[in-house]
Ligand binder design. Structure first.
Ligand code: PLP
Length: 283
């Protein structure tokens, strides 16, 4: 079934959506994005995604494509016009169209695109089976804290994982785990939950922040610090977080079974809490 997408001010059927061949997002990956999950027709952690969008734009000296009120209304229209109950809304803002040049124009009109993807996120099979991951040397650019659309290396790493018959890759530097291709990486050892500290090396996950908050509220011990591949392989549990994955257990790292190769109790509990709280707070 054809979706209604939003392109530069208009709601159109996806087959009719057009952007300029000169859009710098298309030519130079000069753009940023957000993915907001939708549960029961409501937006999860929307304020966090908008705050991070503003940060990404400002780090790249880009202008917002519209006001915050307009952006919320467009998200609502996307849910309504596509009768979206469960899934994601993808939002992309680019610097706009201009004759190809490495120097960007000061006055280009930002490009904005939104589309929906229907998916039963709550009942995703991976929540029960867990994911198998491989580690891949992180060769992305140094500003991974900005959510840009230049996703070629993460795609490459994901394909490498698939080629090995696994689900995803954890990107590593000097033997230390940064994050997954499209998620933040976590381990649990002796009841303590560990995820890499914030910095330019990883995306500041909105789900990561929420899970840290929920874990602390549930009196769980959380450490934000780097951890090695070896430490991860010896962990009691592992999991990843992302808007489109919530909390998803990881049951194998580079061929080593984690927690006996089945989802662990802490990851499972955090997923339940995350879904429960998200349902309550979604707008
Ligand atoms: N890290 C990377 C590289 C990502 O691409 C994503 C999500 O796309 C995340 C982490 C998780 O971020 P969030 O929880 O905001 O979806």
């Amino acid at each position: 079934m054809s979706r209604i997408v939003y392109v530069n001010g208009e709601y159109v059927p996806e087959e009719e959506a057009k952007i300029s061949v000169f859009d710098r997002g298309f030519l130079m990956a000069d753009g940023v994005y957000e993915v907001t999950s939708v549960i029961d027709g409501k937006l999860v952690d929307y304020a966090g995604h908008v705050a991070r969008l503003h940060r990404s734009l400002s780090e790249l000296k880009m202008k917002p494509a519209c006001s915050d009120d307009e952006l919320l209304e467009i998200h609502r229209q996307m849910v309504e016009r596509n009768a979206l109950e469960n899934g994601m809304i993808y939002l992309q803002v680019t610097r706009g169209a201009a004759d190809r040049d490495f120097a960007w124009p000061k006055d280009a009109t930002p490009g904005i695109v939104l589309f929906t993807q229907a998916k039963d996120l709550v009942n995703a099979p991976a929540a029960k089976t867990g994911l198998k991951v491989v580690t891949v040397e992180d060769q992305r650019w140094a500003r991974r804290d900005i959510k840009t659309v230049q996703l070629l290396f993460p795609s490459f790493a994901k394909m490498e994982a698939k080629a090995q018959g696994k689900d995803d890759a954890w990107l590593v530097t000097d033997g230390m785990v940064n994050e997954g291709t499209s998620n933040n990486a976590w381990i649990v050892k002796g009841g303590t939950i560990v995820t890499r500290h914030l910095g330019n090396e990883i995306l500041h996950g909105i789900t990561r922040a929420a899970v840290i908050r929920f874990a602390k509220e549930a009196q769980m011990k959380v450490e934000e610090r780097a951890f090695s591949i070896e430490e991860a392989k010896a962990a009691d549990e592992a999991f990843c977080t992302a808007a489109s994955a919530f909390v998803t257990p990881v049951v194998e790292i580079d061929g080593a079974a984690i927690g006996g190769g089945v989802p662990g109790p802490i990851a499972t509990r955090l997923r339940e809490i995350y879904i429960e709280e998200s349902r309550k707070m979604a707008i």
